[in-house]
Design a protein around this ligand. Structure first.
Ligand code: SF4
Length: 201
């Protein structure tokens, strides 16, 4: 239905980490505006870390919730060494990278997964509300499963080389057709969709 998206890892783990933190509770457009403003104001991550929190807050204001996100971003940068560095996650064992990322303040499984797959192409399926809703309706995991459990279940059932494609297309499907109020009449998956077959359309 949506073709085969191709992952093009960009190799900038701290940028991915900060961008994902900025995406919390806002849309992609506002996240991108906030990230661009942050990069324009500070050329290096240590400058973001060491700046007065009010300056960081002001820079990321377009993304919303600057008061919460600015100190959180600085607290995370504090934990990344001096100068801040995450390049080691390219070659470290996946479990080691995950454990470190999850130890950072305010960083959950989805953010950690985004860093690994979008930066380095390490197979992960970041579970957001779309993946959770669509996958639950399609019976890929129990509908009420925790986000944490869904991460594990998705990785267990998906061939690593398909992880990116499945992640991107579940999100696309969740935005286009399998919305909170789904457009099942236009969906090619309805024949195999337990949610539709149970008459919950
Ligand atoms: S049939 Fe309906 S509920 Fe099932 S995947 Fe398609 S849009 Fe979603």
């Amino acid at each position: 239905m949506y073709g085969q998206p191709v992952n093009e890892p960009h190799g900038h783990p701290i940028a991915e980490l900060v961008k994902t933190m900025l995406s919390q509770h806002t849309n992609d457009r506002n996240r991108d505006r906030a990230f661009a403003a942050l990069r324009k104001r500070f050329s290096r991550w240590e400058e973001v870390r060491d700046a007065p929190v009010s300056e960081v807050e002001e820079a990321i204001r377009p993304g919303g919730l600057g008061k919460q996100k600015a100190p959180r971003i600085q607290a995370v940068l504090e934990q990344l060494g001096d100068p801040p560095d995450l390049d080691w996650t390219e070659t470290a064992p996946r479990e080691e990278s995950l454990e470190f990322l999850l130890s950072l303040p305010g960083v959950g499984r989805k953010t950690a997964a985004c860093v690994l797959i979008f930066t380095w192409g390490i197979p992960e399926i970041p579970v957001d509300v779309h993946v959770h809703r669509v996958g639950g309706r399609l019976g890929l995991f129990p509908e009420k499963a925790s986000f944490e459990r869904v991460h594990d279940e998705m990785l267990a059932i998906v061939d690593p080389e398909d992880a990116y494609e499945l992640h991107m297309n579940l999100i696309r499907h969740g935005r286009v057709l399998c919305r909170p109020k789904p457009r099942c009449g236009e969906c090619e998956l309805r024949r195999m969709c337990p949610w539709y077959r149970a008459g919950r359309k």
